[in-house]
Design a protein around this ligand. Sequence first.
Ligand code: GLN
Length: 442
Amino acid sequence: MSMDSTLRDLKRINEKYRMFHAMTEDLEPGDSSFLFSVKDNLTSKDMETCAGSRILEGYHPAFDAASVEKMRLAGGKLIGKANMDEFGFGTFSTNSGFEIPRNPYDLDRACGGSSGGSACAASVIEDHVSLGVSTGGSICCPASFCGVYGIAPTYGRVSRFGLIDYGNSLDKIGVISQKAADLKKFMEVIAGRDERDPTSMVQPEFNTAYRKMKSVAVPKEGIEGLSKEVEKAFNDALEQLKSMGVDVDYVDMPSLRYAMPAYYVLATSEASTNLARYVGMRYGHQDGDHTLKFDDYFTDVRTRYFGDEAKRRILLGTFTRMAGFGGRHYAKAREVRQVVINDYKKVLADHDAVLAPTMPFTAPKFDDISKMSALDSYKADYLTVPANLAGTPHLSVPCGYDSDGMPVGMQFVADHWNEDVLFSIAEDWEKQFDLRRPEVSI
Ligand code: GLN
């Protein structure tokens, strides 16, 4: 769909792919220099913002998130708020309180999570850029399942002002697009220190000059447990990288094995405190029985409007922080996080990036996802969570297709503030990669 498409086309595309929870009501050809969408956990003045949760139904924020504000100032028009897992809790965007986005390559399959609607929009709408948010892989995972490019920048690069928090020490806003060049272009738009978010950092500017990627390290821990087809596509991509003049070394990064459990302890600890504000007073539905005792009232609202996964994470995160257990779980997980950072620092001292497939399998069918336990789905994140724990920038590129035609992605992880080398490899890769666009029909 190009800039000249009508609102009617956009609505029909949305009926089929279900990428947007809320949409613009006016779309005139040529009324802005570019169209964009954002994950629905970024606030926007003109559209409802629910972060995938029924508890926020009807919430119309009075302000734009910093990143939305910057995209508008750059001449962009916000056309949609993208469907997502409730508060970002998921790997397939199936934990949404609203619509579940459909994979552009096969409607019976998931888009990945939790920025599934964003990746779907970037894949099916031409000339489109979508902002996603990653806590533990939610930009690269859906980018890989939907066959597009996605970057999660260094933690602190982009202001989290106006972002509905999942895990404050992990959340990062980034860019998803069909075109590698868009990642750099729009990261430059949204990056920068913002006084309204104390965790946004004074930072080195993006080095806009081309910086060739000369070497990558492939961790042995990053190529275990892959599906046969992902393994084959990844090995072919490694050969291709070598022919592009990139040295490929195999390394050991033992801490990667512990990143997934540490991540789920830290992420749920932070999430459980963040969700405490949704009790039907200042935030959340207020339709409970006001004659109840306050904690009965809170319980009633939360029971009715939180989804199962949000409840599970409140329980898990409350447990990991509990007096007497915090030291055993939360403190331990923080130690693991430091070891993961040290491992990246060590390997990235000698290599431009750490490289592995983005996800161990291609987009699964909804039927198969419904048979997975919560733990199965957490385990699927073992390749994306380490870089998120470390706060290092990471970028996923499409690198092949399986025998059903589903996209495979690979993820490059660079050192803090080194996004430039990621942008350059993505553009080099795009020049020689035979991208197969999905057939988009309405
Ligand atoms: N799948 C991971 C989780 O459920 C990551 C999600 C995210 O980055 N928001 O926590």
